[in-house]
Design a binder for this molecule. Structure first.
Ligand code: TXA
Ligand code: MG
Length: 324
C-alpha cells in the first residue's frame, strides 16, 4: 500500500469517510484515525498497528455537542468533566453507542470519548462528520509518534495517508477517566491531572494496581485492558535515574541521557537532551527515545520526572518505557 503524504482537511476527511486509515496530529500525540462504525476498516487498523485485539480504541468527535455519535449516555460526572476540560486532552469512558463497532471497544459495553482541542483535528473530525476511532499512530508497543516522520517510520506502507504537519503541543496521551460507575476512576494519567479533576468531581479516584493496593469502593469492576500490554518501548535499554549519571568514564557514544539536569561530561555521550521545563521534557520524551534508536544507542539514562503536574503522566510513561 502506498501511504500518501497529505496536507488538506478535505483529503483527510474523504479518506476517512471511504474507510481508509489516516494519521493526523492532535494536541497530545499523532492519532491513527478510522471510521469507528466501519468494522472492515477498524480491522485494518488493528492489523496496521499490530495491536492486541483486547485493547479498545478511543473514539473522537469534532465538538462536545456531538458526544452521542460515540456514547449512548452522558453520566453526570462525564458531563461535569467535559464542561470543564473539553475540548482538550481528556478521554471519558462512557456507555457505548450501538453504532460503534464492538471491535473498537474490544467487546466492552463502554467507549472512550475524546474531543481534541487542536483546531486542525477538529476541522478533520467535523468535515468527516463520523465518529473516528484513533489510537496513537505507532506500531503497538513502540513510543507514540509526535512527528509525522516518526509515524512513517512505523507505519509507511501500512496506512492510507499521513497528514504532514508537526504541531503536537503536549506530547503525552490524554488523561483517561472511567465515568460509568458511582466513582469516576482515573485509568491513565495525562495533562489533565487528578487534582484538577477532583476540583470538578471530588470523589474521583486513581486506579489502583498491584496486590497491596485495594480498589476504591464502587470501582471493583473497572479495568483498562491497555494497561496490561507493553508500551512506549524503544529498542535501547531504558534506565531510570533520580540524578544524572556523573561518572563520565562509564559513558560513551553508545549511551544517551535525557532529563532536566545537566552534568559534567555529558557532551561525550551519543545523544543528550537537557530540558529547561517539565512541559518541554514531556513534549520531547517520545521523540528522544526514537532518536536514540535511529542512532543505535544501547542504553538510555532517563531522569525521573517529578511527581506533580504533567510530570506524573511523564513518570508513568517513563516507567513503562523502562519495564521488561
Ligand atoms: O491522546 C490520546 O488519547 C491519543 C490521541 C490520538 O487522541 N490516543 C491514544 O489512544 O492514546 P491509545 O489507543 O493509544 O490509548 C487508548 C487508551 C488505552 O490504554 C485503552 O486501553 C484505553 O485508552 N481505553 C480505550 N477505551 C477504553 C474503555 N472503553 N475502557 C477502558 N479503557 C479504554
Ligand atoms: Mg497508544
Amino acid at each position: 500500500m502506498l501511504t500518501r503524504r497529505i496536507d488538506t482537511v478535505e483529503e483527510a476527511a474523504k479518506i476517512l469517510r471511504e474507510g481508509g486509515l489516516v494519521a493526523f496530529p492532535t494536541e497530545t500525540v499523532f492519532g491513527l484515525g478510522v471510521d469507528a462504525t466501519n468494522a472492515t476498516a477498524v480491522e485494518k487498523l488493528f492489523l496496521a498497528k499490530g495491536r492486541p485485539s483486547d485493547n479498545p480504541l478511543i473514539v473522537h468527535v469534532g465538538e462536545v455537542g456531538r458526544w452521542s455519535q460515540a456514547a449512548s449516555e452522558l453520566t453526570p460526572a462525564a458531563q461535569a468533566l467535559l464542561d470543564a476540560f473539553a475540548p482538550g486532552p481528556i478521554t471519558v469512558v462512557l456507555p457505548k453507542q450501538d453504532r460503534i463497532c464492538s471491535r473498537v471497544s474490544a467487546g466492552l459495553k463502554t467507549v472512550g470519548l475524546r474531543i481534541p482541542h487542536h483546531s486542525l483535528t477538529q476541522e478533520i473530525l467535523r468535515r468527516a462528520d463520523i465518529p473516528i476511532a484513533a489510537p496513537s499512530a505507532n506500531r503497538s508497543g513502540r513510543p507514540s509518534g509526535t512527528t509525522w516522520q516518526a509515524v512513517l517510520e512505523d507505519l509507511d506502507g501500512r496506512i492510507d495517508a499521513v497528514f504532514c504537519e508537526d504541531s503536537i503541543r503536549i506530547g503525552i496521551e490524554s488523561t483517561v477517566i472511567d465515568c460509568c460507575g458511582a466513582v469516576p476512576v482515573l485509568l491513565r494519567p495525562g495533562a489533565i491531572t487528578l487534582e484538577q479533576i477532583r476540583q470538578v468531581v471530588p470523589t474521583a479516584q486513581q486506579l489502583m494496581t498491584g496486590s497491596n493496593t485495594p480498589m476504591p469502593a464502587g470501582a471493583d469492576q473497572v479495568t483498562s485492558p491497555g494497561l496490561l500490554h507493553p508500551h512506549y518501548q524503544p529498542r535501547a535499554k531504558v534506565r531510570l535515574v533520580a540524578a544524572p549519571p556523573l561518572d563520565a568514564n562509564q559513558l560513551d557514544q553508545q549511551v544517551a541521557y535525557c532529563g532536566m539536569e545537566s552534568f559534567p561530561g555529558m557532551e561525550g555521550l551519543g545523544l543528550v537532551a537537557h530540558y529547561t521545563s517539565l512541559e518541554a521534557f514531556a513534549a520531547g520524551f517520545y521523540e528522544f527515545l526514537r532518536e536514540a534508536d535511529r542512532r543505535a544507542i544501547a542504553t538510555i539514562f532517563v531522569q525521573l520526572a517529578p511527581d506533580y503536574g504533567i510530570g506524573r503522566a511523564l513518570l508513568d510513561r517513563q516507567r513503562r518505557a523502562a519495564s521488561d
